[in-house]
Design a protein around this ligand. Sequence first.
Ligand code: COA
Length: 706
Amino acid sequence: MEKKSTYEQLRPLLRPATVAVIGASRSPEKIGYQVLKNLLDGGYPPDKVFPINPKATQILGLKCYPSVKDVPVPVDLAVIVVPARIVPIVLKDCAKKKVKAVAIISAGFKEVGNVEAELELVKIARSAGMRLLGPNIVGVCDTVEGVNASFCQGLPLKGEIAFITQSGALAIGLVGWTVLKKIGLSDLVSIGNKADVNEIDLMEFFAEDPYTKVITIYLEGTDDGRRFLEVAKKVTKCKPVIVLKAGKTERTVAAIKSHTGSLAGSDIAYDAAFKQSGVLRASNFIELFNWAVALAKAPLPRGENVIIITNGGGAGVMATDAASEYGLKLMDIPRDLAEKLRKFMPPFGSTLNPVDLTGMATREWYEGALRVALEDHRVDAVVVLYCHTAITSPLDIADGLITAYKATGARKPVVAAFIGGIECEKAYQKLTKAGIPAYASPEEAVSALGAIYQYARYLRKPKRTYPTIKVDRERVAKLIYGALKEGRRALSPAEAAEVALAYGIPVPEKPLAKSEEEAVVISNRLGYPVVLEVESPQIIHKTEVGGIKLNIKDAEGVRKAYREILESVRKLAPEATIKGVIVRKMIPQGKEVIVGMHRDPVFGPVIMFGAGGILVELMKDVSFRIAPVSMEDAEEMMKETKVYALLKGFRGESESDIESVKEVILRVSKLALDFPEISDIDVNPLFTYEKGKGCIAVDVKIMMQR
Ligand code: COA
């Protein structure tokens, strides 16, 4: 039999034709009673609701059944509200009844350490082909069919935003808040312990759901980062996904030794994954819903030119500051457009951007100015700001704006901020309904337009390309498995350099000298000046133990440096085995960058690029992507850093070989994907020379998983 799509599998859960409430209680103070009451109060047809309780014959006027098996019709969704120890018993009944989906509200499973019991539930559900939501949830609210299978206070308002939440309490609280703010939802789904159905499945469902325009998620963590990334990439192509990811701050994990590892915390991996898959990341729940409303209501802009229209200088200044923060480009208003705008302001108004209609602005002026702006093909989006004055009524101004917006075809995004009291609130709710997302402050309006732009820009990004990279995989396998066999968790510098070479990452020749005399012979062959560095599997950061000497000009210097290195390392790292001293030619100084990798437990290899050298952690001028990194990703991640300006040629300096660095990024990404044994890579510093002259990895560190 053909496997059903996630959409088909989850339909009975989110758009059920019949619902059984197992544990429907006779006592109004119990959750099981409230779930049943919610279903009826929400308007779901009573003849499709089946209370299950062996001790009752009737609850809330409905006939009660001792078991779900006794229900005379097929059951799409069973909501389970009995104590944890009874859940497996009633779940087995559901399996026998061939119930299509279950939502388990009951707590007392994985969240309190009852992992086995939870796995047992999944086993029962899977063997019967049932999808299982929860356990430990508030339930599901579906405003499409009017199903309130939850113990939330009532149903949310009908709308086009799906809200998936890992926190049940947040779901309960936000129902009231969204009603207050007149924000409509298509569904509210509490995912609790995510034993089976998780946020990724639901993203897939809502991507296909015709009633949902925007998907919002409150997320504490995903269990399958790679699948999240894959599915999110597909979903965001057709619908915006906005995530509020909690748990940004982590306690620093001690004993991380690579530069990349100490910067690439798990929140960074989430950030990179969101960026790569077009998921917008909100920083609080107000922003989450403000953005969702904007994306559900407004069209996407075609270009970058934004105009601000205001009746107050202060509001305009605030919006201008916010525009720079949220990446909006305020256009220089062309003279002919300025002349047209002049007709809607007093002589002391301003046609610069923000366009200031002044405190004298009337409905006619707002309407006229917005109309003129929207009619101009050079304008792509408009922010309208209004401060409630005694000479105007907010609702009247809103009507004027709606008239202008509709008259011009409602094809460009317009957001608004109405600053004032209750009348303003009524006005901005009316505007939002009409397709002009409106808010209480300039920052909120600009941030919402910023989200619209973030999404539009993501959709416009060029297709990702992944060039074929030739490498010597066998050579690397030998080195890595050899080191692991010896119980080592890091490759020696010489081994790491060999790995780099096998993967086409340019490194200098690094012969090993086992004596002072040998170091001199090698130095004479390579030519001066040379660098000497200790070779020891235990020493990762050589500078810290005096294990490296630069710019040695003659044989005498080599002898002295050799002795000093040995002396210093023996003193500062007495436990380290010294295999000898590497001699390499002093490499001409280039621009220092770093390319690194840290393997994240959720998303896998996180690739880093940034300003290199010994101050990496201090500078924190770095950017991240999840492997595989495409050509375009590599370019974008480089452009996100300040060091990129340096590579482009800062203050008249010539441009560096950016292409060669991009290639190193792709090669490190491939190395990380080919060898899951590798936990961390630091290519640092990577000296980058003038365009056409390439780059060279002065030092390469490779560590393996514990
Ligand atoms: N089939 C159906 N109903 C059954 C049953 C069975 N096999 N066995 C018992 N019941 C009935 C009970 O008789 C009772 O009905 P009654 O009040 O009319 O007698 C009803 O089911 C509920 O059982 P009860 O033992 O009273 O449980 P409860 O209501 O005190 O608690 C839960 C049940 C699920 C609410 C509770 O165990 C729980 O998990 N609470 C936490 C929920 C939560 O916080 N979820 C996460 C939110 S984020």
